[in-house]
Write a protein that binds this ligand. Structure first.
Ligand SMILES: Cc1ncc(C[n+]2csc(CCOP(=O)(O)OP(=O)(O)O)c2C)c(N)n1
Ligand SMILES: [Mg+2]
Length: 622
Protein backbone atom coordinates (compact mmCIF):
# COMPACT_ATOMS: atom_id res chain seq x y z
CA UNK A 1 0.00 0.00 0.00
CA UNK A 2 1.32 3.43 -0.95
CA UNK A 3 1.45 5.78 2.00
CA UNK A 4 2.32 9.40 2.74
CA UNK A 5 3.88 10.49 6.02
CA UNK A 6 1.88 13.46 7.27
CA UNK A 7 0.82 15.01 10.51
CA UNK A 8 -2.78 14.38 11.45
CA UNK A 9 -3.51 18.02 10.58
CA UNK A 10 -1.80 17.80 7.19
CA UNK A 11 -3.76 14.63 6.42
CA UNK A 12 -7.01 16.32 7.45
CA UNK A 13 -6.53 19.45 5.32
CA UNK A 14 -5.38 17.39 2.32
CA UNK A 15 -8.45 15.20 2.64
CA UNK A 16 -10.84 18.16 2.87
CA UNK A 17 -9.37 19.81 -0.22
CA UNK A 18 -10.23 16.68 -2.22
CA UNK A 19 -13.91 16.30 -1.29
CA UNK A 20 -16.46 17.08 -3.99
CA UNK A 21 -20.22 16.75 -4.20
CA UNK A 22 -22.46 16.13 -7.17
CA UNK A 23 -26.18 16.62 -7.65
CA UNK A 24 -28.04 16.33 -10.95
CA UNK A 25 -24.70 15.94 -12.73
CA UNK A 26 -23.21 19.18 -11.39
CA UNK A 27 -20.01 18.73 -9.45
CA UNK A 28 -18.45 21.21 -7.05
CA UNK A 29 -15.74 21.25 -4.39
CA UNK A 30 -17.50 20.82 -1.06
CA UNK A 31 -15.19 22.98 1.07
CA UNK A 32 -14.59 26.52 -0.12
CA UNK A 33 -11.86 26.93 2.50
CA UNK A 34 -11.33 27.06 6.22
CA UNK A 35 -12.24 29.84 8.64
CA UNK A 36 -10.26 30.18 11.80
CA UNK A 37 -8.74 31.98 14.71
CA UNK A 38 -5.46 30.54 15.94
CA UNK A 39 -4.39 29.90 19.51
CA UNK A 40 -2.09 27.39 21.17
CA UNK A 41 -4.73 24.73 20.51
CA UNK A 42 -4.43 24.84 16.71
CA UNK A 43 -1.58 27.09 15.56
CA UNK A 44 1.10 24.39 15.46
CA UNK A 45 -1.22 21.69 14.12
CA UNK A 46 -3.98 22.84 11.74
CA UNK A 47 -2.26 26.24 11.40
CA UNK A 48 0.97 24.62 10.26
CA UNK A 49 -0.88 22.38 7.81
CA UNK A 50 -2.80 25.27 6.25
CA UNK A 51 0.39 27.29 5.93
CA UNK A 52 2.19 24.50 4.10
CA UNK A 53 -0.56 23.32 1.73
CA UNK A 54 -2.22 25.90 -0.47
CA UNK A 55 -5.29 24.00 -1.69
CA UNK A 56 -7.60 25.04 1.14
CA UNK A 57 -7.74 28.83 1.52
CA UNK A 58 -7.52 30.14 5.07
CA UNK A 59 -9.89 32.95 6.17
CA UNK A 60 -9.22 34.83 9.39
CA UNK A 61 -12.41 35.80 11.24
CA UNK A 62 -12.91 38.11 14.23
CA UNK A 63 -15.09 35.88 16.38
CA UNK A 64 -15.49 32.10 16.35
CA UNK A 65 -19.28 32.27 16.64
CA UNK A 66 -19.35 34.64 13.69
CA UNK A 67 -17.20 32.43 11.48
CA UNK A 68 -19.56 29.51 11.97
CA UNK A 69 -22.46 31.80 11.01
CA UNK A 70 -20.56 32.87 7.90
CA UNK A 71 -19.98 29.22 6.98
CA UNK A 72 -23.64 28.41 7.67
CA UNK A 73 -24.95 31.29 5.57
CA UNK A 74 -22.60 30.32 2.76
CA UNK A 75 -23.90 26.74 2.86
CA UNK A 76 -27.54 27.85 3.06
CA UNK A 77 -27.07 30.19 0.11
CA UNK A 78 -25.42 27.30 -1.77
CA UNK A 79 -28.42 25.03 -1.13
CA UNK A 80 -26.19 22.92 1.13
CA UNK A 81 -23.93 21.87 -1.76
CA UNK A 82 -20.87 23.72 -0.40
CA UNK A 83 -19.63 24.84 2.98
CA UNK A 84 -16.54 25.80 4.99
CA UNK A 85 -14.58 24.12 7.73
CA UNK A 86 -13.86 26.15 10.89
CA UNK A 87 -10.78 25.75 13.09
CA UNK A 88 -10.50 27.10 16.62
CA UNK A 89 -8.10 26.90 19.51
CA UNK A 90 -9.06 25.00 22.67
CA UNK A 91 -11.20 26.44 25.47
CA UNK A 92 -12.99 29.74 24.75
CA UNK A 93 -12.23 29.66 21.03
CA UNK A 94 -13.88 26.27 20.87
CA UNK A 95 -16.89 27.05 23.04
CA UNK A 96 -17.50 30.26 21.10
CA UNK A 97 -18.41 27.97 18.19
CA UNK A 98 -21.17 26.19 20.11
CA UNK A 99 -23.81 28.84 19.36
CA UNK A 100 -22.82 28.64 15.71
CA UNK A 101 -23.06 24.85 15.80
CA UNK A 102 -26.56 25.03 17.26
CA UNK A 103 -27.60 27.54 14.61
CA UNK A 104 -26.37 25.28 11.81
CA UNK A 105 -27.82 22.08 13.24
CA UNK A 106 -31.24 23.53 14.02
CA UNK A 107 -31.46 24.95 10.49
CA UNK A 108 -30.18 21.64 9.02
CA UNK A 109 -27.20 23.29 7.36
CA UNK A 110 -23.82 21.56 6.97
CA UNK A 111 -20.69 23.02 8.63
CA UNK A 112 -17.53 21.24 9.73
CA UNK A 113 -16.17 22.38 13.08
CA UNK A 114 -12.64 21.55 14.20
CA UNK A 115 -12.18 22.75 17.79
CA UNK A 116 -8.74 22.18 19.29
CA UNK A 117 -8.79 19.95 22.36
CA UNK A 118 -6.71 19.14 25.45
CA UNK A 119 -3.68 16.83 25.24
CA UNK A 120 -4.68 13.25 24.47
CA UNK A 121 -1.56 12.12 26.36
CA UNK A 122 -2.63 14.12 29.45
CA UNK A 123 1.06 14.58 30.27
CA UNK A 124 0.90 18.31 31.07
CA UNK A 125 -2.66 18.59 32.31
CA UNK A 126 -4.23 20.90 33.14
CA UNK A 127 -3.16 22.80 30.04
CA UNK A 128 -4.09 26.48 29.74
CA UNK A 129 -7.90 26.74 29.33
CA UNK A 130 -8.55 23.09 30.27
CA UNK A 131 -11.73 22.25 32.14
CA UNK A 132 -10.82 19.97 35.04
CA UNK A 133 -13.21 17.28 36.07
CA UNK A 134 -12.75 15.18 39.18
CA UNK A 135 -14.65 12.10 38.08
CA UNK A 136 -13.20 11.62 34.58
CA UNK A 137 -10.21 12.58 32.49
CA UNK A 138 -12.18 11.85 29.35
CA UNK A 139 -14.08 15.16 29.37
CA UNK A 140 -13.27 18.56 27.92
CA UNK A 141 -15.36 21.63 27.05
CA UNK A 142 -15.75 20.12 23.58
CA UNK A 143 -18.17 17.55 24.99
CA UNK A 144 -20.60 20.48 25.06
CA UNK A 145 -20.78 20.27 21.26
CA UNK A 146 -22.49 16.87 21.43
CA UNK A 147 -26.14 17.97 21.61
CA UNK A 148 -25.67 20.55 18.86
CA UNK A 149 -23.78 18.33 16.42
CA UNK A 150 -25.19 15.73 14.04
CA UNK A 151 -21.89 13.88 14.28
CA UNK A 152 -19.28 14.28 17.01
CA UNK A 153 -15.91 12.66 17.40
CA UNK A 154 -12.60 13.20 19.15
CA UNK A 155 -9.46 12.15 17.32
CA UNK A 156 -7.32 10.78 20.14
CA UNK A 157 -4.92 8.93 17.83
CA UNK A 158 -3.69 9.91 14.40
CA UNK A 159 -4.91 6.60 12.96
CA UNK A 160 -8.53 7.30 13.96
CA UNK A 161 -8.69 10.19 11.52
CA UNK A 162 -9.70 8.43 8.25
CA UNK A 163 -12.69 6.72 9.85
CA UNK A 164 -13.93 9.96 11.39
CA UNK A 165 -13.49 11.87 8.14
CA UNK A 166 -15.62 9.44 6.17
CA UNK A 167 -18.38 9.60 8.78
CA UNK A 168 -18.16 13.39 8.80
CA UNK A 169 -18.62 13.52 5.04
CA UNK A 170 -21.51 11.06 5.15
CA UNK A 171 -23.41 13.27 7.57
CA UNK A 172 -22.51 16.61 5.99
CA UNK A 173 -23.72 15.46 2.57
CA UNK A 174 -26.84 13.67 3.81
CA UNK A 175 -29.96 15.72 2.99
CA UNK A 176 -31.77 14.24 6.00
CA UNK A 177 -28.98 14.13 8.60
CA UNK A 178 -26.99 17.22 7.82
CA UNK A 179 -26.02 19.88 10.37
CA UNK A 180 -22.90 20.74 12.31
CA UNK A 181 -20.23 18.05 12.40
CA UNK A 182 -17.64 18.41 15.15
CA UNK A 183 -14.25 16.73 15.13
CA UNK A 184 -12.43 17.67 18.32
CA UNK A 185 -8.69 17.67 17.71
CA UNK A 186 -6.37 17.27 20.70
CA UNK A 187 -3.51 19.69 20.44
CA UNK A 188 -0.76 17.05 20.63
CA UNK A 189 -2.41 14.67 18.16
CA UNK A 190 -2.73 17.49 15.59
CA UNK A 191 1.06 17.51 15.31
CA UNK A 192 1.65 13.74 15.43
CA UNK A 193 2.47 11.91 12.21
CA UNK A 194 1.45 8.68 10.54
CA UNK A 195 1.95 6.89 7.25
CA UNK A 196 -1.51 7.62 5.84
CA UNK A 197 -2.74 5.57 2.85
CA UNK A 198 -2.58 7.48 -0.44
CA UNK A 199 -6.22 6.57 -1.19
CA UNK A 200 -7.31 8.93 1.53
CA UNK A 201 -6.13 11.89 -0.53
CA UNK A 202 -7.61 10.93 -3.84
CA UNK A 203 -10.52 12.94 -5.16
CA UNK A 204 -13.82 11.70 -3.73
CA UNK A 205 -17.21 12.77 -5.05
CA UNK A 206 -20.22 12.44 -2.78
CA UNK A 207 -23.60 12.34 -4.47
CA UNK A 208 -26.33 14.46 -2.86
CA UNK A 209 -29.19 12.11 -3.52
CA UNK A 210 -32.85 12.63 -4.36
CA UNK A 211 -34.53 9.77 -2.49
CA UNK A 212 -37.77 8.61 -4.10
CA UNK A 213 -41.02 8.35 -2.22
CA UNK A 214 -42.70 5.01 -1.49
CA UNK A 215 -45.18 4.06 -4.29
CA UNK A 216 -48.11 3.08 -2.11
CA UNK A 217 -47.81 6.26 -0.07
CA UNK A 218 -47.64 8.34 -3.24
CA UNK A 219 -50.83 6.79 -4.57
CA UNK A 220 -52.56 7.28 -1.25
CA UNK A 221 -51.49 10.93 -1.33
CA UNK A 222 -53.04 11.25 -4.79
CA UNK A 223 -56.36 9.91 -3.51
CA UNK A 224 -56.23 12.10 -0.40
CA UNK A 225 -55.60 15.26 -2.41
CA UNK A 226 -58.36 14.45 -4.91
CA UNK A 227 -60.86 14.08 -2.09
CA UNK A 228 -59.82 17.28 -0.26
CA UNK A 229 -61.95 20.41 -0.60
CA UNK A 230 -59.50 22.97 0.75
CA UNK A 231 -55.96 21.67 0.37
CA UNK A 232 -53.07 23.92 1.29
CA UNK A 233 -49.32 23.67 0.73
CA UNK A 234 -46.80 24.91 3.29
CA UNK A 235 -43.50 25.52 1.55
CA UNK A 236 -40.45 25.27 3.83
CA UNK A 237 -36.71 25.60 3.37
CA UNK A 238 -36.49 22.10 1.91
CA UNK A 239 -38.27 23.31 -1.23
CA UNK A 240 -35.43 25.74 -1.86
CA UNK A 241 -32.53 23.47 -0.84
CA UNK A 242 -33.88 20.75 -3.12
CA UNK A 243 -34.21 23.30 -5.96
CA UNK A 244 -37.84 22.29 -6.19
CA UNK A 245 -39.26 25.79 -6.77
CA UNK A 246 -40.02 25.27 -10.47
CA UNK A 247 -41.59 21.87 -9.73
CA UNK A 248 -43.71 23.50 -7.02
CA UNK A 249 -44.83 26.27 -9.39
CA UNK A 250 -45.82 23.73 -12.00
CA UNK A 251 -47.66 21.58 -9.45
CA UNK A 252 -49.72 24.47 -8.09
CA UNK A 253 -50.38 26.07 -11.47
CA UNK A 254 -51.97 22.80 -12.60
CA UNK A 255 -53.75 21.93 -9.37
CA UNK A 256 -54.66 25.43 -8.20
CA UNK A 257 -53.62 24.56 -4.63
CA UNK A 258 -52.58 27.69 -2.70
CA UNK A 259 -49.15 27.97 -1.10
CA UNK A 260 -48.07 29.59 2.15
CA UNK A 261 -44.45 30.02 3.13
CA UNK A 262 -42.31 29.56 6.25
CA UNK A 263 -39.34 31.82 6.97
CA UNK A 264 -36.89 29.37 5.35
CA UNK A 265 -39.35 28.66 2.54
CA UNK A 266 -40.10 32.27 1.60
CA UNK A 267 -39.21 32.79 -2.04
CA UNK A 268 -40.34 29.28 -3.02
CA UNK A 269 -42.74 31.14 -5.30
CA UNK A 270 -42.39 34.77 -6.36
CA UNK A 271 -44.51 37.04 -4.17
CA UNK A 272 -46.84 37.83 -7.07
CA UNK A 273 -47.43 34.23 -8.13
CA UNK A 274 -51.25 33.84 -8.15
CA UNK A 275 -51.08 30.82 -5.81
CA UNK A 276 -48.78 32.44 -3.24
CA UNK A 277 -50.58 33.65 -0.12
CA UNK A 278 -47.26 34.58 1.50
CA UNK A 279 -46.12 34.11 5.06
CA UNK A 280 -47.95 31.72 7.38
CA UNK A 281 -48.15 31.37 11.15
CA UNK A 282 -47.28 33.81 13.92
CA UNK A 283 -45.81 36.24 11.39
CA UNK A 284 -48.24 35.32 8.63
CA UNK A 285 -50.60 37.22 6.35
CA UNK A 286 -54.36 37.22 7.05
CA UNK A 287 -55.21 35.19 3.94
CA UNK A 288 -52.59 32.53 4.65
CA UNK A 289 -53.73 32.17 8.24
CA UNK A 290 -57.46 32.04 7.44
CA UNK A 291 -56.94 29.45 4.70
CA UNK A 292 -54.70 27.42 7.06
CA UNK A 293 -57.34 27.56 9.78
CA UNK A 294 -59.97 26.11 7.44
CA UNK A 295 -57.83 23.69 5.40
CA UNK A 296 -58.90 20.05 5.39
CA UNK A 297 -55.56 18.89 3.99
CA UNK A 298 -52.14 20.37 4.63
CA UNK A 299 -49.27 19.33 2.37
CA UNK A 300 -46.22 20.43 4.35
CA UNK A 301 -43.13 20.36 2.15
CA UNK A 302 -39.59 20.65 3.50
CA UNK A 303 -40.63 22.19 6.79
CA UNK A 304 -39.99 21.34 10.44
CA UNK A 305 -43.43 22.74 11.36
CA UNK A 306 -41.98 24.90 14.13
CA UNK A 307 -44.25 26.86 16.47
CA UNK A 308 -43.86 29.99 14.35
CA UNK A 309 -45.28 28.10 11.37
CA UNK A 310 -48.09 26.38 13.25
CA UNK A 311 -48.94 29.43 15.41
CA UNK A 312 -48.09 27.20 18.38
CA UNK A 313 -50.39 24.50 17.01
CA UNK A 314 -53.38 26.78 16.72
CA UNK A 315 -53.10 27.37 12.98
CA UNK A 316 -55.19 24.37 11.87
CA UNK A 317 -58.73 24.40 13.25
CA UNK A 318 -60.66 22.27 10.75
CA UNK A 319 -61.73 19.25 12.88
CA UNK A 320 -61.03 16.92 9.94
CA UNK A 321 -57.70 18.34 8.90
CA UNK A 322 -55.07 15.83 7.84
CA UNK A 323 -51.45 16.21 6.86
CA UNK A 324 -49.38 14.76 4.03
CA UNK A 325 -45.78 15.79 4.56
CA UNK A 326 -43.12 15.70 1.88
CA UNK A 327 -39.77 15.64 3.58
CA UNK A 328 -36.40 14.01 3.05
CA UNK A 329 -36.14 13.56 6.84
CA UNK A 330 -38.44 10.84 8.14
CA UNK A 331 -39.00 12.58 11.48
CA UNK A 332 -40.37 15.68 9.73
CA UNK A 333 -42.43 13.64 7.28
CA UNK A 334 -44.20 12.00 10.24
CA UNK A 335 -45.07 15.19 12.13
CA UNK A 336 -48.74 15.96 12.92
CA UNK A 337 -49.67 12.30 12.29
CA UNK A 338 -49.09 12.91 8.60
CA UNK A 339 -49.16 10.51 5.71
CA UNK A 340 -45.37 10.53 5.39
CA UNK A 341 -44.05 11.13 1.89
CA UNK A 342 -40.42 10.59 2.78
CA UNK A 343 -38.32 11.69 -0.15
CA UNK A 344 -36.73 14.53 -2.02
CA UNK A 345 -39.05 17.53 -2.46
CA UNK A 346 -38.43 18.01 -6.18
CA UNK A 347 -38.66 14.35 -7.12
CA UNK A 348 -41.82 13.91 -5.04
CA UNK A 349 -43.53 17.00 -6.46
CA UNK A 350 -42.80 15.78 -9.99
CA UNK A 351 -44.35 12.44 -9.16
CA UNK A 352 -47.37 14.02 -7.50
CA UNK A 353 -47.91 16.19 -10.58
CA UNK A 354 -48.16 12.99 -12.64
CA UNK A 355 -50.43 11.23 -10.14
CA UNK A 356 -52.78 14.22 -10.02
CA UNK A 357 -53.15 14.81 -13.74
CA UNK A 358 -56.48 16.44 -14.54
CA UNK A 359 -57.11 17.46 -10.94
CA UNK A 360 -57.91 21.06 -10.03
CA UNK A 361 -59.35 22.71 -6.92
CA UNK A 362 -62.82 24.17 -7.00
CA UNK A 363 -63.09 27.60 -8.73
CA UNK A 364 -64.67 29.22 -5.70
CA UNK A 365 -61.67 28.21 -3.58
CA UNK A 366 -59.35 29.69 -6.19
CA UNK A 367 -61.34 32.93 -6.23
CA UNK A 368 -61.05 33.26 -2.45
CA UNK A 369 -57.30 32.86 -2.66
CA UNK A 370 -57.12 35.63 -5.28
CA UNK A 371 -59.26 37.95 -3.17
CA UNK A 372 -57.08 37.45 -0.09
CA UNK A 373 -54.01 38.05 -2.18
CA UNK A 374 -55.30 41.31 -3.59
CA UNK A 375 -56.31 42.57 -0.17
CA UNK A 376 -52.89 41.73 1.24
CA UNK A 377 -50.99 43.56 -1.49
CA UNK A 378 -53.04 46.63 -0.56
CA UNK A 379 -51.95 46.27 3.07
CA UNK A 380 -48.30 45.92 2.06
CA UNK A 381 -48.60 49.06 -0.08
CA UNK A 382 -50.05 50.90 2.91
CA UNK A 383 -47.22 49.81 5.22
CA UNK A 384 -44.53 50.48 2.58
CA UNK A 385 -46.05 53.91 1.99
CA UNK A 386 -46.22 55.13 5.61
CA UNK A 387 -44.35 58.37 5.95
CA UNK A 388 -44.06 58.40 9.70
CA UNK A 389 -41.85 60.57 11.88
CA UNK A 390 -38.89 60.94 11.99
CA UNK A 391 -38.21 58.60 13.64
CA UNK A 392 -39.50 56.74 10.59
CA UNK A 393 -41.39 53.43 10.69
CA UNK A 394 -39.65 50.11 10.15
CA UNK A 395 -42.17 49.02 7.51
CA UNK A 396 -41.44 51.98 5.23
CA UNK A 397 -37.70 51.21 5.45
CA UNK A 398 -38.41 47.60 4.44
CA UNK A 399 -40.50 48.88 1.53
CA UNK A 400 -37.82 51.29 0.39
CA UNK A 401 -35.10 48.64 0.49
CA UNK A 402 -37.37 46.21 -1.36
CA UNK A 403 -38.14 48.74 -4.09
CA UNK A 404 -34.52 49.86 -4.35
CA UNK A 405 -32.92 46.41 -4.50
CA UNK A 406 -32.89 44.26 -7.62
CA UNK A 407 -34.85 41.02 -7.95
CA UNK A 408 -31.72 38.90 -7.53
CA UNK A 409 -30.39 40.84 -4.54
CA UNK A 410 -30.54 39.23 -1.12
CA UNK A 411 -31.95 40.51 2.15
CA UNK A 412 -30.35 38.92 5.23
CA UNK A 413 -31.72 38.95 8.77
CA UNK A 414 -32.11 36.75 11.84
CA UNK A 415 -33.52 38.20 15.06
CA UNK A 416 -35.58 41.01 16.55
CA UNK A 417 -38.74 42.54 15.14
CA UNK A 418 -37.37 42.62 11.59
CA UNK A 419 -37.80 38.89 10.83
CA UNK A 420 -41.54 39.02 11.44
CA UNK A 421 -41.96 42.24 9.49
CA UNK A 422 -39.84 40.94 6.63
CA UNK A 423 -41.67 37.61 6.60
CA UNK A 424 -44.94 39.48 6.12
CA UNK A 425 -43.84 42.37 3.96
CA UNK A 426 -40.76 41.52 1.87
CA UNK A 427 -41.67 40.94 -1.77
CA UNK A 428 -39.43 38.02 -2.75
CA UNK A 429 -38.66 37.79 -6.44
CA UNK A 430 -36.12 34.99 -6.46
CA UNK A 431 -35.78 31.75 -4.45
CA UNK A 432 -32.45 32.96 -3.06
CA UNK A 433 -33.44 36.58 -2.48
CA UNK A 434 -34.72 36.18 1.08
CA UNK A 435 -32.23 34.81 3.61
CA UNK A 436 -33.62 34.53 7.13
CA UNK A 437 -32.03 32.49 9.87
CA UNK A 438 -35.14 31.86 11.92
CA UNK A 439 -34.57 28.32 13.17
CA UNK A 440 -32.33 29.64 15.98
CA UNK A 441 -33.13 33.33 15.45
CA UNK A 442 -29.62 34.02 16.60
CA UNK A 443 -28.75 37.65 17.27
CA UNK A 444 -25.34 38.15 15.70
CA UNK A 445 -25.99 36.04 12.61
CA UNK A 446 -26.94 39.02 10.44
CA UNK A 447 -23.61 40.62 9.45
CA UNK A 448 -21.55 37.43 9.71
CA UNK A 449 -24.23 35.64 7.70
CA UNK A 450 -24.39 38.43 5.14
CA UNK A 451 -20.71 37.86 4.49
CA UNK A 452 -21.33 34.15 3.85
CA UNK A 453 -24.18 34.97 1.46
CA UNK A 454 -22.01 37.41 -0.49
CA UNK A 455 -19.16 34.89 -0.70
CA UNK A 456 -21.55 32.26 -2.03
CA UNK A 457 -22.79 34.54 -4.80
CA UNK A 458 -20.74 37.71 -5.31
CA UNK A 459 -22.89 38.63 -8.33
CA UNK A 460 -25.76 39.65 -6.03
CA UNK A 461 -25.95 42.73 -3.83
CA UNK A 462 -26.54 41.81 -0.21
CA UNK A 463 -28.70 43.95 2.09
CA UNK A 464 -28.23 43.03 5.73
CA UNK A 465 -31.08 44.44 7.82
CA UNK A 466 -30.19 44.43 11.49
CA UNK A 467 -31.53 45.89 14.74
CA UNK A 468 -29.32 47.93 17.06
CA UNK A 469 -29.39 45.09 19.59
CA UNK A 470 -28.06 42.50 17.16
CA UNK A 471 -25.57 45.01 15.77
CA UNK A 472 -24.15 45.62 19.25
CA UNK A 473 -24.02 41.89 19.91
CA UNK A 474 -21.84 41.17 16.89
CA UNK A 475 -20.75 43.59 14.19
CA UNK A 476 -17.15 42.42 14.16
CA UNK A 477 -17.32 40.77 10.75
CA UNK A 478 -17.57 44.17 9.07
CA UNK A 479 -13.78 44.07 9.45
CA UNK A 480 -13.63 40.65 7.82
CA UNK A 481 -15.82 41.76 4.90
CA UNK A 482 -13.35 44.59 4.28
CA UNK A 483 -10.35 42.28 4.62
CA UNK A 484 -11.80 39.97 1.97
CA UNK A 485 -13.23 42.64 -0.34
CA UNK A 486 -16.82 41.44 -0.13
CA UNK A 487 -19.10 44.44 -0.01
CA UNK A 488 -22.15 44.35 2.23
CA UNK A 489 -24.92 46.94 2.46
CA UNK A 490 -25.82 46.98 6.13
CA UNK A 491 -28.90 48.84 7.33
CA UNK A 492 -29.03 49.31 11.09
CA UNK A 493 -32.50 50.10 12.44
CA UNK A 494 -31.83 51.85 15.71
CA UNK A 495 -34.67 51.93 18.23
CA UNK A 496 -32.56 52.03 21.40
CA UNK A 497 -33.19 48.49 22.46
CA UNK A 498 -35.55 45.65 21.77
CA UNK A 499 -38.74 46.46 19.91
CA UNK A 500 -39.53 42.76 19.57
CA UNK A 501 -39.05 41.65 23.15
CA UNK A 502 -40.22 45.04 24.40
CA UNK A 503 -43.55 44.48 22.64
CA UNK A 504 -43.71 40.91 23.90
CA UNK A 505 -43.02 42.13 27.43
CA UNK A 506 -45.92 44.60 27.11
CA UNK A 507 -48.20 41.83 25.88
CA UNK A 508 -47.46 39.68 28.94
CA UNK A 509 -48.10 42.61 31.28
CA UNK A 510 -44.51 43.57 32.09
CA UNK A 511 -44.44 47.02 30.40
CA UNK A 512 -41.27 46.48 28.38
CA UNK A 513 -39.21 46.11 31.58
CA UNK A 514 -35.49 45.81 30.92
CA UNK A 515 -35.66 46.03 27.13
CA UNK A 516 -34.58 49.65 26.47
CA UNK A 517 -30.99 50.82 26.22
CA UNK A 518 -31.20 53.50 28.93
CA UNK A 519 -29.10 54.83 31.80
CA UNK A 520 -29.93 53.54 35.24
CA UNK A 521 -32.21 56.15 36.81
CA UNK A 522 -30.62 57.66 39.91
CA UNK A 523 -33.94 57.96 41.78
CA UNK A 524 -35.67 54.76 40.65
CA UNK A 525 -32.69 52.42 40.49
CA UNK A 526 -34.17 51.00 37.25
CA UNK A 527 -33.03 51.20 33.62
CA UNK A 528 -35.46 54.04 32.96
CA UNK A 529 -33.15 57.06 32.50
CA UNK A 530 -32.27 58.81 29.22
CA UNK A 531 -31.33 56.75 26.16
CA UNK A 532 -27.67 55.76 26.12
CA UNK A 533 -25.64 57.87 23.67
CA UNK A 534 -24.48 55.06 21.37
CA UNK A 535 -23.21 56.27 17.99
CA UNK A 536 -23.53 53.22 15.75
CA UNK A 537 -22.49 55.13 12.64
CA UNK A 538 -19.22 56.16 14.29
CA UNK A 539 -18.78 52.57 15.42
CA UNK A 540 -19.16 51.27 11.86
CA UNK A 541 -16.76 53.88 10.50
CA UNK A 542 -14.20 52.86 13.11
CA UNK A 543 -14.28 49.31 11.75
CA UNK A 544 -13.44 50.54 8.26
CA UNK A 545 -16.91 50.69 6.71
CA UNK A 546 -18.29 53.60 4.75
CA UNK A 547 -20.86 54.91 7.17
CA UNK A 548 -23.95 57.05 6.62
CA UNK A 549 -26.41 58.55 9.09
CA UNK A 550 -29.99 59.00 7.93
CA UNK A 551 -32.83 60.66 9.81
CA UNK A 552 -35.67 61.29 7.38
CA UNK A 553 -37.13 59.03 4.73
CA UNK A 554 -35.49 61.16 2.02
CA UNK A 555 -32.11 60.87 3.73
CA UNK A 556 -32.56 57.13 3.69
CA UNK A 557 -33.31 57.01 -0.04
CA UNK A 558 -30.23 59.14 -0.71
CA UNK A 559 -28.17 56.90 1.58
CA UNK A 560 -29.13 53.81 -0.45
CA UNK A 561 -27.89 55.58 -3.61
CA UNK A 562 -24.68 56.57 -1.89
CA UNK A 563 -24.20 52.98 -0.67
CA UNK A 564 -24.62 51.67 -4.21
CA UNK A 565 -21.75 53.87 -5.40
CA UNK A 566 -19.36 52.50 -2.76
CA UNK A 567 -17.05 49.59 -3.38
CA UNK A 568 -16.62 48.62 0.27
CA UNK A 569 -19.03 47.60 3.01
CA UNK A 570 -21.40 50.44 3.77
CA UNK A 571 -23.44 50.87 6.91
CA UNK A 572 -26.54 53.07 6.99
CA UNK A 573 -27.87 53.87 10.45
CA UNK A 574 -31.41 55.17 10.80
CA UNK A 575 -33.49 55.67 13.91
CA UNK A 576 -36.88 53.94 13.76
CA UNK A 577 -39.92 54.40 15.98
CA UNK A 578 -40.02 51.43 18.32
CA UNK A 579 -43.75 51.74 18.91
CA UNK A 580 -44.75 51.84 15.20
CA UNK A 581 -45.04 48.07 14.93
CA UNK A 582 -46.46 46.01 12.08
CA UNK A 583 -49.46 44.24 13.61
CA UNK A 584 -50.04 40.50 13.82
CA UNK A 585 -52.72 39.03 11.57
CA UNK A 586 -55.04 36.22 12.59
CA UNK A 587 -52.44 34.44 14.67
CA UNK A 588 -51.02 33.69 18.10
CA UNK A 589 -47.79 32.60 19.77
CA UNK A 590 -47.63 30.56 22.95
CA UNK A 591 -45.51 32.45 25.50
CA UNK A 592 -46.70 31.39 28.96
CA UNK A 593 -47.81 34.24 31.24
CA UNK A 594 -47.26 34.25 35.03
CA UNK A 595 -50.08 32.39 36.81
CA UNK A 596 -49.98 34.64 39.87
CA UNK A 597 -48.93 38.28 40.01
CA UNK A 598 -49.38 41.53 41.92
CA UNK A 599 -49.70 43.37 38.60
CA UNK A 600 -53.18 43.82 37.09
CA UNK A 601 -51.85 43.80 33.52
CA UNK A 602 -50.23 40.40 34.11
CA UNK A 603 -53.46 38.97 35.54
CA UNK A 604 -55.49 40.06 32.52
CA UNK A 605 -52.76 38.84 30.15
CA UNK A 606 -52.96 35.47 31.90
CA UNK A 607 -56.73 35.34 31.42
CA UNK A 608 -56.38 36.03 27.70
CA UNK A 609 -53.58 33.47 27.54
CA UNK A 610 -55.70 30.73 29.07
CA UNK A 611 -58.47 31.47 26.60
CA UNK A 612 -56.10 31.35 23.61
CA UNK A 613 -54.55 28.11 24.84
CA UNK A 614 -57.85 26.30 24.22
CA UNK A 615 -57.20 26.49 20.48
CA UNK A 616 -53.99 24.46 20.64
CA UNK A 617 -54.27 21.10 18.91
CA UNK A 618 -51.62 18.62 19.88
CA UNK A 619 -52.90 15.51 18.15
CA UNK A 620 -54.26 15.08 14.65
CA UNK A 621 -56.04 12.23 12.93
CA UNK A 622 -53.88 9.83 10.99
C1 LIG B 1 -28.21 35.60 20.96
C2 LIG B 1 -29.61 35.97 21.31
N1 LIG B 1 -29.88 36.50 22.53
C3 LIG B 1 -31.14 36.82 22.87
C4 LIG B 1 -32.18 36.66 21.98
C5 LIG B 1 -33.59 37.04 22.40
N2 LIG B 1 -33.99 38.22 21.60
C6 LIG B 1 -34.76 38.09 20.50
S1 LIG B 1 -35.00 39.52 19.72
C7 LIG B 1 -34.11 40.38 20.85
C8 LIG B 1 -33.90 41.85 20.72
C9 LIG B 1 -33.29 42.24 19.43
O1 LIG B 1 -33.03 43.63 19.44
P1 LIG B 1 -32.74 44.40 18.10
O2 LIG B 1 -31.71 43.68 17.32
O3 LIG B 1 -32.47 45.82 18.43
O4 LIG B 1 -34.10 44.27 17.30
P2 LIG B 1 -35.53 44.92 17.63
O5 LIG B 1 -36.23 43.96 18.54
O6 LIG B 1 -35.33 46.24 18.25
O7 LIG B 1 -36.19 44.98 16.30
C10 LIG B 1 -33.64 39.52 21.85
C11 LIG B 1 -32.84 39.97 23.02
C12 LIG B 1 -31.85 36.10 20.72
N3 LIG B 1 -32.77 35.85 19.79
N4 LIG B 1 -30.57 35.81 20.40
MG1 LIG C 1 -33.62 47.46 18.44
Amino acid sequence: MKTRRLTMSQALTSFLANQFVERDGHETAFFAGMWGIFGHGNVAGIGQALHQQKMLRYYLARNEQAMVHTATAFAKMSNRLRTFACTSSIGPGATNMITGAATATINRIPVLLLPGDIFARRNVAPVLQQLECNYSQDISVNDAFKPVSRYWDRINRADQLPYALLEAMRVLTSPSDTGAVTLALPQDVQAESLDYPEELFEKRTWRITRPLVDRASLEEAGRTIRSAKQPLIIAGGGVIYSEATAALAQFVERSGIPVVETQAGKGSLDFDHPQNLGAVGVTGTPGANIIAREADLVIAIGTRLSDFTTASRTAFQNPDVRFSNINVAESDAQKHSALPLTGDARATLEELTRVLQGYRVDDRYGARVSAFKKEWEGEVNRLYGLRHGPPVSQSEIIGTVNNFSGPKDVVVCAAGSLPGDLHKLWRARDPKGYHLEYGYSCMGYEIAGGLGVKMADPSRDVYVMVGDGSYLLMSSEIVTSIQEGYKLNIIVLDNHGFSSIGGLSQSVGSSGFGTDYRFRGSDTGQLDGEYLPVDLAANAASLGAHSIRAVSHQDFERALQEARAQDRTTVIVIEVDKEMRVPGYQSWWDVPVAVVSEVDAVRSAREAYEEALKKERHFFKK
